[in-house]
Design a protein around this ligand. Sequence first.
Ligand SMILES: [Zn+2]
Length: 406
Amino acid sequence: MLTRRLYYDDSFEREFTAKVLACEPAAVPASPEAKAPAWEVILDRTAFYPSSGGQPHDLGKLGDANVLDVREHEDEIIHLVDRALGPGEAQGCIHWPRRFDHMQQHTGQHLLSAMFQERFGRPTVSFHLGTQICTIDLRGPEPTDEILEGAERAANQVIFEDRAVTVRYGTADELSKLGVRKEVDRKGILRAIEIESADLQPCGGTHVKRTGQIGLVLVRRCAKIRQDWRVEFVCGGRAERAARQDFLLLRQTAEKLNCAPEDVVTASTRALAERDAHFKKFRAMLESLAKAEAALALQAAQRGPRGFRIVSRVFEGLPAEYLGFFATEIAKFEKTISILALAEDGHVLFAQHPSAAKDMSALLKRVLEKVGGKGGGTRDFARGRLSDATQAKKAVSIAEELLSAA
Ligand SMILES: [Zn+2]
C-alpha cells in the first residue's frame, strides 16, 4: 500500500500524526550488532525520510518507540522501531538536527553540482552524503584549483543572494522543457527541485526553502576515483565545524612551531630544513665516530695463527647504519673480518676484506639457521636481522666459533 510522503510537500514538517497500518516483528535486525528485536511499522502517511538518492534516512520517535532505520520498499515506507506499536494512531517526531543537516548538505550538493556543470562543464555522476563529509563524483579531466574554488565561490554567491528553493512536479517531457539537463526515463509525474535561476533537478530528497539556509559551502579535497574525480565538500553546520576545526589545527601547529598562524608554512619549512641539515651533520659525525672506533678496535684485535683478525661487537644505542660505517672501515684492511650486531633490533652485519677469503653470506646463513632470522649478501658483505633481538650476543659468538673452526 502506498505511503503518503509528507516530506515531499513540506520538508520542514517535524511532527505528524498517522494511522498505524501494520506493525510486525522485523525479519532482519536493525544492524548486525543489534541483538534486541525490532518491529517494522507501516503508516498511512509519514514525514520520515527513507535512505534513498544519496540521502540517509531520518531518526526520531514513533509514539514511545525509537526509529532505528527507515527504508523504502516500492511505494511503501518501512519504519524499523525498537518496540511494538499498538493499533490506531501514532505521533511521529523527526530528530530535527539530523534532518536539517541532511537538508543543508543535499541542497548544497544540488547547487555545487549546478555550478560545476554550468561554469566549468563538469557533470556530477554521483552523490554521497556521509556522516562527516559529502562527496560528488565529477566526470571529465582533473578539476584544477581554479575550478574547485570557482565552483565554491559561485555556489556561495547564490547562497548569499538567498534565492528560493521550490518543489516542482511534471512529466519528464515537461521538466526537460523547463531545463532539466538529466535524462529521466521514469514514467508519470516526477518531482524536481528548483533553485531559482540556478538549477532544476529531478530529486525525491528533502531540501531547505531558501539558499540562505544552506549557510555556506566549503569544498575540501579532490581525489581520483576510477575514471572520475571525487570532490569532498561540507555545507551549513558542517562547514562551520570544519572551519573551526581547521583553525584549531592551525593554531595548535603554530603553537608547536612557536610562530603566528600566518607564518606556519615559513616556520615549518625552516624547521624541516634545519632537521635535514642536522641529520646530515649527524650522519657525518656517526661516520667519523665509526672510523675512529674501528681504528681502535683493529689495534686491539689479535692476529690469529694465519694472520687473520676478527673484530666482533654487539653495539647498543646506535642506529643500524653505524654498523655499515664500522664494517666498511674494518674491511679496508687485509685479512680482517668484522662480525657485528645491534642489541636493540637484532641487526647483524658480517664483512671481510676479500683477502680473508671466507664466505660472509654462507656464514650468515649458518648463524641464522641456529638463532633464527632473515638476511643475505655477497661473499664479502652480508647483513640480516634476527627474529629475536636478545639473541644478538649469541649470534656473534656462534659466528666467531664457526670462523675459528674453519
Ligand atoms: Zn537530490
